[in-house]
Design a protein around this ligand. Sequence first.
Ligand code: GLN
Length: 240
Amino acid sequence: MSESTVQIALVLPDLLGTYGDFGNAVVLDKRMKWRGISSEIVTVNFGEPVPETCDIYVVGGGEDTAQTLAVRHLREHPGLQRAVTRGATVLGVCAGIQIFGESFTRADEITHPGLGLIDSTSHAGGSRAIGEVLAKPAHGLFDGVLTGFENHQGRTVLGPAARPLAHVTVGTGNDGKNEGAVQGKIVCTYLHGPVLPRNPALADMLIEWATGRKVEPLELPAVTQMRAERLKAAGQRAEV
Ligand code: GLN
């Protein structure tokens, strides 16, 4: 491990790994290596301390019980919160957006404190949001349409310090209007897929934030084809 190796912390994949969310770490790692940037994945399992020196932190989704265990662990081992203070880049997916907020109220109506990294609160909605999502990135953050698959009961309300990642055109996201959140170098989304293989422009935005340098586009025909198929599937759902 050299000084210049970009470290990607894969945080609690044993608790928060719905729909292969660990793939987000793999995509960040591969997209850096393919460009000659030295990188490595540091896996942090439940029960282990969370390092505070990594460059990117990736947190996935999970059931209410799993996310409650996860938030307790992260509060007891505050490496991620310290890394954010240092300016680390963070991606939180689904349960991730909920535990990064001020609090989340589960389907059993019990409210738990979050990590307070994002100005947001989450609460269980009356129905489960399931299906393909399309959303338009907000503030010109990255090019193209954000696509992914959602499966969550929680709904998220953003406070003034957080801004939406995107605006929903198909699906539910946070509340039927906004999708995800951005605050500093923390990006949250409700989207699985995993989200980064499906949205290479978002992956590259995170890499640029973490490395502080611009990266050249990568031509990957399989990724282009997958995006076209997913966008078509979501578009068809919109027409039903
Ligand atoms: N348990 C949360 C909910 O249902 C998050 C689900 C998820 O991460 N897929 O809202």
